[in-house]
Ligand binder design. Structure first.
Ligand code: SF4
Length: 340
């Protein structure tokens, strides 16, 4: 069954016109869904009764149910959602200045299989529908508040689910609905550069991030072995072809990619590129296979890069005590159930 949350204003408008009603009814429905938070067509009281009945018959209700909410000591929330056949996770983070960021999943599991990533280790189940990505926002907002920013950095490689992610961005940024500026959405990729260019052409204001995690081709191949991904060199060469800033995410793993030599190599590769900045993320230890560098080495890594005038920041890792941090979304409840 189709879901109302899978429709852009345009496609819903077509449904309404085909039904014999006027287009503005679609705008009213968008207002109910995304401004007033009403999802049941029966409660959309300014719509004619036959239209309400048709919507109830044609469309299914919320595609996700929240089954577990975990709260961290720094007030992050990790929400485990159940769809009919899979479980996924969303994280809501709140900065010291009070800004809310929701980190959403775009796939159940992930087929890329980065060696340091808990999601990658759980395998791939399926792509999420736009309605399932949108529902993460609407339900998480009910548990917390409206987000200031949305980052597509949860479970999955969003660009392998291109059409649904494209539709999701269109739905969220629709001025007559949720009206979240595209500038407040960040898309992160593990390195699908052709798809990233295509996505940027469709949504030029969406912020872009690439998960780099290495200062040379060999180390990147070891950490991110998927043949679908561009290499370190290909990524560095592609950055200047974009007319916007690109953030490079770099998860620091002790003894793997965190040496002074790594910092120097990375700085040398980036020092003449002006539309790039680096976010350093201290690895959050999950299963003992990889460990995190100490805070002093992270600061030293940043100092070496900044010395070459490359913008470099250390990203505060929120939600570590509830396994909500980068690379830790593994649907643990689901995994342990499978293991039994
Ligand atoms: S880091 Fe991202 S792309 Fe790599 S396995 Fe994890 S979720 Fe997938």
């Amino acid at each position: 069954m189709d879901n109302l949350l899978d429709h852009t204003l345009d496609t819903l408008g077509h449904f309404i016109v085909d039904f014999g009603e006027r287009y503005f009814r679609a705008e009213q429905i968008f207002e109910w869904l995304y401004v007033r938070g009403v999802y049941n067509p029966a409660d959309m009281t300014n719509l004619p009764l036959p239209l309400r009945e048709a919507l109830s018959n044609e469309f299914s209700s919320m595609p996700l149910v929240p089954v577990e909410v975990t709260r961290s000591s720094d007030d992050c929330r990790k929400i485990l959602f159940a769809a009919d056949d899979v479980e996924i996770e969303t994280v809501a983070m709140f900065s010291d200045s009070g800004r809310a960021t929701f980190c959403l999943s775009t796939q159940a599991g992930c087929p890329i299989g980065c060696t340091f990533c808990a999601t990658g280790n759980m395998g791939f189940k399926r792509n999420l529908k736009a309605s399932e990505i949108t529902a993460q926002v609407l339900i998480t907002q009910n548990e917390t508040r409206r987000p200031d920013n949305i980052v597509l950095m949860g479970m999955g490689e969003g660009l392998l689910n291109f059409d649904e992610v494209d539709k999701f961005v269109g739905i969220m940024s629709e001025p007559k609905g949720y009206a979240l500026s595209e500038r407040r959405i960040t898309l992160s990729t593990a390195g699908l550069m052709d798809e990233l260019k295509r996505f940027h052409e469709l949504h030029p204001k969406v912020e872009l991030a690439i998960s780099l995690n290495a200062a040379d081709d060999a180390t990147r191949k070891k950490l991110m072995p998927s043949g679908k991904l561009s290499s370190f060199t290909q990524i560095i060469n592609a950055i200047e072809q974009f007319d916007c800033d690109i953030t490079l995410e770099y998860v620091l793993l002790r003894g793997i990619n965190d040496s002074k030599k790594d910092a120097e190599k990375l700085a040398a590769a980036l020092c003449n590129i002006h539309n790039v900045k680096i976010n350093l993320i201290r690895f959050n230890e999950t299963d003992g296979k990889f460990t995190a560098p100490d805070k002093k080495s992270v600061l030293e890594f940043q100092r070496i890069i900044r010395k070459r005038n490359v913008r470099c920041f250390i990203r505060k890792s929120l939600g570590a005590d509830i396994s909500a941090a980068c690379g830790q979304l593994a649907g643990k409840r689901n995994l342990s159930a499978n293991e039994k």
